[in-house]
Design a protein around this ligand. Structure first.
Ligand code: NI
Length: 166
């Protein structure tokens, strides 16, 4: 299991680099990310969350299953928006409604470098957009308005103090 980096760590704010080599080391990283995500009860996990500054993420969504997205690009977003609660393994314990396009089309590569295109809506579309944001150093709390964001950061600081104490 890999360590999950949390809010405040520099790597979560970096723009990640494209994956160029599709080798066994990449396969091992992907396996470890799936294991770490399952252990943490997450539906998505991006490489920077485990300290790797590469453009890839994994998801495991009911009725869709496990899939890795390498060098993803969101090439279409719907005008229709959807609002639902999100959390993040890098901001544990905090949840908030986030508004995003309801459906998307994403292009990416699999673990062998093979390109695929996928149209997604519902939870899958939300998870892909959330994880894609991680590759550009964006967290879900950045998608909230200023007032909501401040509340979230205050709640985070409170929790951080508690973590240090015990
Ligand atoms: Ni996240």
């Amino acid at each position: 299991m890999l360590d999950i980096y949390t809010l405040g760590e520099e790597i979560l704010r970096e723009k990640c680099k494209p994956v160029k080599i599709f080798d066994s080391a990449l396969g091992m990283l992907i396996d470890a990310m799936f294991t770490t995500m399952a252990e943490a009860n997450g539906v998505g996990l991006a490489a920077p969350q485990v300290g790797v500054d590469s453009r890839l993420f994994v998801v495991d969504i009911p009725d869709f299953g496990k899939r890795v997205f390498i060098n993803p690009q969101i090439i279409e977003t719907s005008v229709e928006l959807s609002c639902a609660e999100e959390g993040c393994l890098s901001v544990p314990g905090l949840w908030h409604d986030v508004t995003r396009p309801a459906s998307i089309v994403v292009q990416a590569q699999d673990e062998r470098g093979k390109a695929f295109t996928l149209k997604a809506d519902g939870l899958l579309a939300r998870a892909i957009q959330h994880e894609y944001d991680h590759l550009n150093g964006i967290l879900f709390i950045d998608r909230l308005d200023e007032e909501e964001q401040e509340k979230m950061l205050k709640a985070w600081e409170k929790r951080a103090k508690r973590r240090v104490k015990g």
